[in-house]
Design a protein around this ligand. Structure first.
Ligand code: DHB
Length: 465
């Protein structure tokens, strides 16, 4: 691990009639004892104008914030990124290109993921590798801050889905000692891993309570609609739709999970912005449900104010141009169920999350009591401490963690990959802890990210200046 500030290239890139000129430092190994070098390195890009004494948006070589997106999806390995088009094959400029164009310094780390193994067959990317690597990359930036361009006290992480979950963990659990043995194990730099701000798109987080939250929202809807990913002969992913009805066992799991959610929610002791207690009764009704409905109504209201036509949403009542009321169960039917119950800790352990919580020698584990007890495959349980380390909720009011002050959370209004309750709980808990949280559920938006980079960058500028 080192940083040689003379080892760079100056490059110019024109895409979609937009040109950026930047200095690139590539393949920086961010730990001393890498387990997987290709996935424990990062690229750093800096607008070249700063080296010529220039400024952009009021930023200079030493004051420019560090935008730090991760490319993790599905808790799979995430690669370092280049300025260019998005990974999903659309002709859309990616966040690295757009951030450079806006004037930010960009640090793009690779991160290990759940599918990786060593030559000896040991799994090397199981939890907590993903969060440990992201932290190690931040430590590198802090450690070399004096030699690096940019303001390393202004690191903003960004990610989508599993990557959004990692960004939320980065924001919540800065410097927490739980991760220390793992960071030492890979020879991470002796520096802090706290960040300034976290941007999280549809975070698939709070995994150990995701099943109950999902059923609190979707229980009663037994049909599911999902896309299954398969690989073609060339190893390229392709998707086929699957529509089905849950089995009796799955419906039983749905009811059991739904009935567990109120006790969990009430145990959090949440209050809204006005100090009102957020609770649920045994039927899952109460002030917390009203809060989630208010999130959806705020989404509709913003859509209305932008002149969108929302009249196809029969569950929504609009009065005098105001989103006045909604029928929650009709809304849930309309957006449809994607996952069968339990949504994350699958009884036959075939979910991405079961795979995430595997160990060095076990590819899949359970991580909730319910699925462990009702396992249909004689599965074993993940280490409780590791499950804990993947959940930002555990660190927000822990005095040993340095939780970021600034948060931007976006969770699409019709996202079905996890319950809207999950992001709502995260946002409310952060606000109660004194964080500044910009939380919104964009209208008619499915599970996705980086769709509003202009607004994201405006938010970053507002908190950095
Ligand atoms: C992602 C999506 C999921 O539905 C999930 O369970 C985990 C990860 C993702 O897109 O990253």
């Amino acid at each position: 691990m080192n940083f040689d500030k003379e080892n760079y290239t100056v490059e110019e890139l024109t895409l979609e009639n937009e040109t950026i000129r930047f200095r690139a430092y590539r393949n920086l190994i961010y730990v001393d004892k890498p387990v997987n070098e290709a996935y424990q390195q990062m690229n750093i890009f800096v607008p070249e104008i700063y080296f010529e004494g220039g400024s952009m948006n009021g930023y200079t070589l030493k004051t420019v914030p560090v935008f730090m997106p991760n490319s993790v999806g599905g808790y799979m390995p995430g690669e370092t990124e280049e300025p260019g088009y998005t990974r999903f094959g659309q002709k859309k400029l990616n966040s690295v290109f757009r951030a450079l164009q806006h004037g930010y310094m960009v640090a793009s780390p690779a991160i290990r993921g759940r599918s990786q193994r060593s030559d000896e067959g040991i799994f090397t990317g199981k939890a907590p590798a993903c969060i440990v690597d992201y932290k190690a990359a931040v430590r590198y930036l802090h450690y070399f801050a004096d030699e690096l361009p940019g303001d390393e006290n202004k690191i903003i992480t960004n990610g989508t889905s599993a990557g959004g979950a990692l960004s939320s963990l980065m924001g919540a659990a800065g410097n927490h000692p739980d991760y220390e043995p793992y960071l030492e194990g890979i020879g991470a730099a002796k520096a802090g891993d706290d960040i300034f701000a976290a941007s999280c798109y549809c975070p698939i987080t709070n995994l150990d309570h995701g099943d109950m939250a999902y059923e609190w929202q979707f229980s009663g809807v037994n049909e599911y609609h999902r896309m299954n990913m398969k690989m073609d002969e060339g190893g390229r992913p392709f998707f086929t739709p699957e529509d089905g009805v849950m089995t009796d066992v799955q419906i039983g799991a749905s009811q059991a999970e739904a009935s567990m959610f109120p006790a969990y929610l009430n145990s959090l002791g949440l209050t809204d912005e006005n100090g009102r207690t957020l609770k649920l009764d045994a039927q899952g009704e109460g002030s917390f449900k009203e809060y989630v409905k208010a999130v959806v109504l705020a989404s509709a209201q913003r859509a209305l104010s932008e002149g969108m036509d929302v009249s196809d949403k029969k569950w929504l009542t609009v009065e005098n141009g105001k989103a006045a009321a909604m029928d929650f169960s009709e809304y849930v039917k309309d957006i449809t169920r994607m996952k069968t119950a339990p949504a994350f800790d699958s009884l036959d352990m075939d979910s991405p999350e079961n795979n995430l919580f595997g160990t060095e020698n076990t590819d899949y584990c359970h991580f909730t009591g319910y699925s462990m007890e009702n396992s249909t495959c004689n599965g074993t349980m993940a280490d409780e401490k590791i499950v804990r380390m993947l959940n930002p909720m555990n660190y927000i009011d822990d005095p040993k963690a340095r939780t970021a002050k600034y948060w931007r959370i976006r969770h699409g209004e019709c996202d079905r990959d996890t319950s809207l309750a999950i992001s709502a709980i995260l946002a409310v808990k952060l606000k109660s802890a004194g964080c500044s949280v910009d939380y919104h559920a964009p209208w008619n938006t499915p599970h996705s990210g980086d769709y509003d980079l202009d607004e994201l960058f405006a938010w970053i500028d507002s908190i950095c200046k």
